[in-house]
Ligand binder design. Sequence first.
Ligand SMILES: Nc1ncnc2c1ncn2[C@@H]1O[C@H](COP(=O)(O)OP(=O)(O)OP(=O)(O)O)[C@@H](O)[C@H]1O
Ligand SMILES: [Mg+2]
Length: 345
Amino acid sequence: MTPSPSILRLSGVSKHFGAHAALSDVDLAVEPGEILGLIGRSGAGKSTLIRCINGLERPDAGTVAIEGREIQHLSESALKPVRRRIGMVFQHFNLLANRTAAENVELPLRIADRPKAERQTRVRDLLQLVGLAGREDHYPAQLSGGQKQRVGIARALAAEPALLLSDEATSALDPETTEQILGLLADINRRLGLTILLITHEMDVVRRIAGRVVVLENGRIAESGETWAVFADPQASVTKSLLGHEATGLPPGLVLAPGPGGEALLRLDVGGENAGAPLLSELGLRFGASARLVAGGIEPVGGVPVGRLFVGLTPARPEDLEPILSHLSASTIRTEFLGHVRRAD
Ligand SMILES: Nc1ncnc2c1ncn2[C@@H]1O[C@H](COP(=O)(O)OP(=O)(O)OP(=O)(O)O)[C@@H](O)[C@H]1O
Ligand SMILES: [Mg+2]
């Protein structure tokens, strides 16, 4: 059996505008059923990448394959059926103002010449799927931002795409509505097995639903990996700065005091299988040290439990600190000795 091809695969994709390299040697694969987050600052090349994927832009070099079929040389007419395999969701919804919710969702089915009875059933099912049953006859102006985006998602799903390409779909929405829309996308991904490429500049969006993340910077991939691992231990400086305060920093109320004495403050990044391990109680049993959780917690990142724990450690003897650190290093993503601390008063 041959393995099924990636839904989308970019190999060595470069795109210049004049002397400016908007994309340089980008390799990217989106596998069936996954939610991949693509994150980057303004100007990183996200929109250029999207346009290379849907054939609106031709790369100068490299290949773009959708379900195993290369598209970079296809003519406009040959691109049409390929584009139908990609459902797009936009930041500003792009609904037709003079069409109802149902008519907006029906449009791709009309374009695909589907029979009327099939269109009606499908539109009803889709609006129900996105939680808009009963709003079929509302016009966009009568819907909230979140509801408009639900229509946008239903429309993107109408032609049964292989890939849902979400371009800043939640950037125009308030945090609560963002949460609901991300929940809907995660639900559709689970229930229909739909593959999603999620383009965003918001780390929170990636954290909430993407299993893997690719970080784009100046047209190049700066870093990629499973979301929980990248978030727990970012390598590229752009990732660290996108993560902002989450990446570093002491918990409030603690200051590092120079010299030995006081508690040793450790930062432990835990994730995957070890996230729930009884790390702290073990230190008492093995080393006779006392350890207390000073700050931090465990939360799901891309579906995997990840924690950043600040631990105040008092070893039985000062020379125990080193063996304790190497013991912890073995069962955490990262163990860092930050210094000795006292509480700020
Ligand atoms: N048609 C064009 N002509 C010239 N330069 C362009 C063109 N399109 C994009 N660029 C440049 O390429 C770079 C990447 O732009 P792109 O729009 O892909 O970034 P982006 O990541 O989508 O940014 P944003 O988050 O602001 O939407 C930018 O420096 C931009 O100025
Ligand atoms: Mg853009």
